[in-house]
Ligand binder design. Structure first.
Ligand code: GLA
Length: 396
């Protein structure tokens, strides 16, 4: 397992002993259903085979000592579980502290740990490395207690950490996928009920992620602006339709069309994206059930157009990456994934064309932008859990 031996060696070096437990939590890639989660609609992510790993050993006090191996050659933080303030400088540390803080709020008696963390997820690619870190932190901390909560509770708690401790108003999708992912299937999540259905992917196709390596600009503020626009639009729609509309989820496309002309143009387009995107998720689930990869890919393409034109969440590099991908043989669909404004695309590619696709997209993107991308097939993987290992070798 990549990263495991590095982690064990580093633990030995830092603490002079072996860890007793190791937790893993995967990143995610969303296949379809973007900017719908905080509108209480539908999303369809997979957890991927790239993850955060945390090795730990119990301490006999309530201190948490943690070293992040991948941050500037190994950055360390330490705090006490009795009183968890923000870290003034390290962003990654606030994901750990925030999660510990919200776990502690659940009246769980946590114990101090010595920990080392590493990640096989490219950071800033929109593959939810931060949600994976939160979910991994919750998984390792609770492994040292007799207390067990279900995956949905973990996801909610980690979302709280992100919303209130880190200050990003993200929805539930990333933490949910990291906590509950399934091998070989996407999760069609109802973001209001917080339930999901496993959707087996069509046969003969592979999911390929292509990171533009262009970090997002003003991502937080763009994201929070869209969040507010959607809330304002729901309020206006509730006046126009003369009934309570807690979230855009509560408006049908048909109803929306009757009042669309009364909305300011930008809000009209945001709503149109969210409502049509919810429909695309349902259609994609039906296409997957029929094993119709072509239709699934076409829906991904429609999602990209809607995100670019109506939701204005694309970027020049994402557009170039999508354009290059769609020219390749065997590419059935390509779209931005995650928040947008930078980060990665997700592509549906016929199995037999994956190798050429990866090489060509990598090469053409470099040629056109001068930026080295990260292009890789990913597999739908199980959600967070513990790893069993022996003498530095992973058993599972
Ligand atoms: C980010 C957020 C998610 C979701 C997506 C857009 O990844 O963390 O909750 O809103 O953007 O679909």
């Amino acid at each position: 397992m990549p990263g495991l031996n590095t982690l064990l060696d580093a633990f030995q070096r830092i603490y002079g002993t072996r860890p007793t437990k190791i937790a893993r939590a995967p990143g995610r890639v969303n296949l379809i259903g973007e900017h719908t989660d905080y509108n209480e609609g539908f999303v369809m992510p997979i957890a991927i085979d790239r993850e955060v790993l945390i090795a730990a050993r119990e301490r006999d006090d309530n201190q948490v000592h943690v070293t992040a191996l991948d941050v500037e050659g190994g950055q360390a933080d330490q705090f006490t579980l009795d009183d968890i303030p923000h870290h003034p400088d390290y962003r990654w540390a606030n994901y750990v502290r925030g999660t510990a803080y919200y776990l502690a709020q659940e009246n769980v008696r946590l114990t101090g740990i010595d920990a080392v963390m590493t990640s096989t997820l490219p950071s800033g690619a929109g593959l939810s490395s931060s949600a994976a870190l939160e979910v991994c932190t919750a998984t390792i901390l609770q492994a040292f207690t007799p207390w067990r909560v279900g995956g949905v509770a973990i996801a909610k708690l980690c979302q709280q950490a992100e919303n209130h401790f880190v200050g990003v108003k993200s929805g539930i999708m990333d933490q949910y996928a990291s906590a509950l992912g399934e091998r070989g299937a996407a999760l069609k999540i109802d973001c209001r009920a917080l339930t999901y259905k496993a959707v087996k992917l069509p046969r003969g196709v592979t999911i390929v992620v292509a990171d533009t390596n262009k970090k997002r600009h003003l991502a937080g503020s763009d994201y929070n602006t869209r969040y507010m626009e959607c809330r304002n639009a729901a309020m206006l729609l509730s006046q126009l339709l003369d009934r309570d509309i807690p979230a855009l989820r509560d408006v049908s496309l048909k109803e929306f069309k009757t009042v669309a002309k009364h909305l300011p143009d930008n809000l009209m387009r945001r709503v149109r994206h969210v409502l049509t995107e919810n429909e695309r998720v349902q259609k994609a689930a039906r296409a997957a059930k029929r094993n119709d990869a072509v239709k699934f890919g076409a829906l991904m393409n429609e999602s990209q157009t809607s995100l670019r034109e109506d939701f204005e969440a694309s970027s020049p590099e994402l557009d170039i990456m999508v354009e290059i991908a769609r020219k390749q043989e065997g590419c059935l669909g390509a779209r931005l994934t995650g928040a947008g404004w930078g980060g990665a695309t997700v592509n549906l590619v016929r199995d037999e064309h994956v190798d050429t696709f990866v090489q060509q997209v990598d090469w053409e993107y470099r040629e056109r932008t001068g930026i080295v991308p990260w292009v890789s097939p990913v597999r739908a993987s199980p959600g967070a859990g513990m790893i069993e290992w022996e003498q530095g070798e992973a058993k599972a």
